[in-house]
Ligand binder design. Sequence first.
Ligand SMILES: [Zn+2]
Length: 296
Amino acid sequence: MKLSKIIPLLLLCMQTAFTGQLQVVATYGYIGDIVQRIGKDRVEVVVLARGDYNPHIIIPKPSYIAKLRRADLLIINGGQLEIGWLPQIIKQANNGAVQPGERGFLDLSMHVHLIDVPTSVSRELGDVHPEGNPHFFMDPDNIPVIAKAITERLSELDPDNQAFYEANNKELYALWQRNMKVWEEKLKPFKGEKVIEYHKIFDYFLNRFGFTIAGTIEPLPGIPPTTKHIADIEKLIEREQVKFIFQDVYNPQDASSYLSKRLNVKLIVLPHDVGAVKEADNVFSVFDEIIRRITQ
Ligand SMILES: [Zn+2]
């Protein structure tokens, strides 16, 4: 066969190999990992945000627009976590299939119970959690709920593979429940321990495993601490006999380090998403690593 005939044939084969693969864009690493576990080779997943960045303040790259332009499905965390960076990308990508309200748009926050939902919505004081705490991924019991929502949406967009997606979801569910038992066992001795966080990012995790949240170094979510607030936290740590300060990987650590050294409270830096630290490279290892760092 002549080369001139082989090349078009090859091109045709390459094209066929890619048809049928749903193009999914996920805003955060944890979403991408769950989609990959359910969709396996039937999906192509692109994650927009880097896991070691502040999820509220992702710096959009021009390449994000091209990625979204080709997408069949956009899956977001929601609860205003992406409000500062995603709307502009959606607008510029100009892809009718993934606009809010379309089947190609999935907002995970609509499927879980949000905590700290204020009675009146106001960003007046700069609070970056005006609709409640959006960091629900930190509750490991939310993973099966998220996985189910993703399974249903993939099945809706690609009904030929529904049984495949459902079987993968079932497998993920069983594996997740086994890990959950191990995590619960490891954290049993920590029930009731008092914790200070920098940002209200680990609340769902702390609530799930029975820690007590004594306070936060930020006076309001997204607002850096003042000297007065740090002095108040210092008194609170002594009064309440706080055992730990939990810090994320991206916020400044000087206030946490100061309090930790001065009052001899253990400061632990924890991952908040897939890719936040190198050990946390998937949804399972995020929780493995959080628990390893707390219990070691
Ligand atoms: Zn936040």
